[in-house]
Structure formats: structure tokens, C-alpha cells
Design a protein around this ligand. Structure first.
Ligand SMILES: [Zn+2]
Ligand SMILES: [Zn+2]
Length: 359
């Protein structure tokens, strides 16, 4: 490089470095510049929140796909939570740990949440009820938060109300009745009868389906029907004939999965590394979940259009684990299988057979 060009390049690089240091110093030391940058960032985030969920379609958004096994990692850590929008209705199916944060970061419109449906009362399905209550209350939920579940839901609701009762009062005392009204504070139990239609309003039908997750009773799946489209969410279950019958010709079957080879490896490794108690607990999970191959068989028997895996045990955090999860699946079901991650969205327009998948 000629000497004069070389010195010009050196000069420009030096000038850029000085400029960069100047901008950095300006931002780090000037409070009004800092405030303006934060305001602009927030405004960009808020203006990006568009509530185009539901309407003349069913939308499903995954706000948590992990189980108690291996949630922390690059794919996220929220335990079970599925948002379902149908017509103008919005329900969350389960609210596992960290799912409320995911609901908020996805910008889901919790101010219009019509209720939470609990498949069963394992902690990875109910842990964030308190946070979902607060987030929806401060965004204008127009009634107490309805919590639908089988026998025992009253205990869960009473327990959360007892634990959070002081919080409800603090918020109203501080922010006032206009913003955090007492009339809308708290959870209200909606006990439901399994194997029946538990909700039927404005064209949206929800059916509770008994599944098998022994010794937990009840354990439920939920089927949503709207505009000729349908989605069934398994909750926790073994491969179950009642679920398969209820999922007959469903557009989307969302099924929990446990990968037995991964669990075996986890159990052996824990045992070899001085954690026999945890190894035994994890080994016990093998008998009350469904393998990916079994879920594929269930989807075929039900004639489901699309099978979607969720509630992974353990949570696959990389491409290698993805491959292990898919072992044997394509032999049973070569097409129509999707692994959901946090933020995966499915849209099913009414009176149509399209399924749009986006992140
Ligand atoms: Zn679970
Ligand atoms: Zn469970």
C-alpha cells in the first residue's frame, strides 16, 4: 500500500476511534441522552406490539415448552404454557414457572385474558399463576381471573389467593381502585367436569378430555374448536386412547414428549456422579409420559393434520438433542411433525385448511 494511502487509513481509523470514545463518553455521562435512548427503545418495543391474535382464526402461541427437566439453556426456560386465541377469546393452558415472563416478553394481550385452563396441578403447570394474575390485572382484566380445572382446582385457587391476598391489597392501596380494582383482584375457581364441553361462547367450544398420568387425577387434555378448525393440547399423559378418540381429525395435536434415551443417559450419568436420589426421581418419570414415537403413533391414529411436540422431558437445548428427540419418528410419521419452541406461533384461519407456522 502506498505510504500516503496508508497514513490516510491510519488517520481515519484514529478519527473513528476518537469519535467512538466521544459518543461513549457522551452517553455514559449525559443523563438526558441516556433517558432519550431508553425512551426510544421502549417506544420501538411498544409500537411493535400488535394484537392480531384470534379474530376469524385460531392462534396458538407457545409461552413455555420445558418441563421440570433441564429448562435452563439457550432455547429458554419457561415451563408449560400455551396461549390459545379463538375468535375474541383468549385462554392460557397451564402457567408453569417463568411462563408469565414469556407471556410478557412476547407481548401477548393479557389484559383481555378470559381464563387459565389447568391440565393438572403439578408444579410445572401452575407455578406462575400469581404472576399471570398480576400481569393481567394491571393491564385491565375486567373480572377476577377464572381458573378452570378438575376436582382440586378450588384448593389451588384458595391457596394462591391466601398467599397473594396481601399483595392484592397492597396494590389497590398504592395505585387506587381505578387502576387495580378490588373487584377484579384474585383468582376464582371454575371446577369442570371431564369428558364434556366446559366452555361454549361466541362460537368457541372447549372440551376437557381425561388422559392418563398416574397417580395424578384428574389429568386433562383440552380441545378447542372454532370456525371449523381444531386444536387439542395433551397436558401430561402416556399415549392414551381417550385422547386419540377426542383428537379425531383434529387440525393440530399438541402433544407432550419424553425422550427415553436421553432420560436413560441422564439417569445413568447422575447415578455415576453421586446423585442417586435425583437419578431415581428422573427414572420414575419414564412411566407417565409419552415418547416422541408414541406421540407420532397417536397423531396417526387420530388422523391429525399436524403434530406439535411440547413439554419436552428433557428440554432439547441444541441440534444434537433435537436429532435424538426425532429418533424413529419419521419411520412412523414421515411428515406433519413440528417441535415447538418458546414463541412458536400457529395460525389456523376459519373455514380453511391452512396452518401458518411462524416464530
Ligand atoms: Zn408436566
Ligand atoms: Zn405432570
Amino acid at each position: 500500500m502506498p505510504k500516503n494511502i496508508k497514513s490516510a487509513v491510519t488517520y481515519v481509523a484514529f478519527a473513528l476511534l476518537v469519535l467512538g470514545i466521544g459518543v461513549y463518553a457522551l452517553v455514559m455521562n449525559n443523563t438526558s441522552v441516556q433517558d432519550r435512548l431508553i425512551k426510544r427503545g421502549l417506544a420501538t418495543q411498544l409500537s411493535g406490539l400488535v394484537d392480531d391474535y384470534g379474530g376469524d382464526k385460531i392462534d396458538v402461541v407457545f409461552c413455555g415448552v420445558a418441563s421440570p427437566m433441564g429448562g435452563a439453556g439457550p432455547r429458554g426456560a419457561a415451563q408449560t404454557c400455551v396461549a390459545v386465541f379463538a375468535g375474541d377469546k383468549f385462554f392460557l393452558v397451564d402457567t408453569g414457572a417463568r411462563s408469565a415472563d414469556k407471556v410478557a416478553s412476547l407481548g401477548l394481550p393479557v389484559g383481555r385474558l378470559n381464563g387459565v385452563l389447568l391440565t393438572h396441578f403439578h408444579s410445572d403447570h401452575i407455578a406462575d399463576l400469581g404472576e399471570v394474575h398480576l400481569n393481567s390485572w394491571v393491564r385491565g382484566r375486567p373480572e377476577k381471573l377464572r381458573v378452570y380445572g378438575g376436582p382440586g382446582v378450588n384448593k389451588v385457587v384458595d391457596g394462591f389467593n391466601l398467599a397473594y391476598g396481601q399483595d392484592y391489597r397492597y396494590r389497590t392501596d398504592h395505585h387506587g381502585e381505578d387502576y387495580t380494582p378490588t373487584a377484579h383482584a384474585g383468582l376464582v375457581a371454575r371446577p369442570i367436569k371431564a369428558d364434556s364441553v366446559i366452555y361454549d361462547e361466541d362460537g368457541v367450544t372447549i372440551t376437557a378430555v381425561t388422559v392418563s398420568h398416574p397417580p395424578i387425577e384428574p389429568a386433562l387434555a383440552f380441545r378447542f374448536d372454532y370456525g371449523g378448525r381444531s386444536v387439542l393440547i395433551s397436558g401430561d399423559t402416556v399415549k392414551d386412547n381417550n385422547l386419540i378418540a377426542a383428537a379425531r381429525n383434529v387440525d393440530v395435536l399438541i402433544h407432550e414428549v419424553l425422550q427415553p434415551d436421553l432420560v436413560d443417559t441422564l439417569v445413568a450419568t447422575l447415578g455415576e456422579n453421586g446423585q442417586p436420589k435425583l437419578a431415581k426421581i428422573i427414572e420414575d418419570t419414564l412411566d407417565y409420559h409419552t415418547t416422541p414415537v408414541e406421540a407420532a403413533q397417536a397423531a396417526n391414529l387420530a388422523n391429525a393434520d399436524l403434530l406439535v411436540f411440547y413439554h419436552y422431558a428433557p428440554m432439547p437445548q441444541n441440534a444434537l438433542m433435537d436429532r435424538i428427540f426425532m429418533r424413529g419418528v419419521s419411520d412412523v410419521r414421515p411428515e406433519g411433525v413440528l417441535g415447538a419452541l418458546e414463541g412458536t406461533r400457529l395460525s389456523l384461519p376459519a373455514k380453511n385448511d391452512a396452518i401458518k407456522i411462524s416464530d
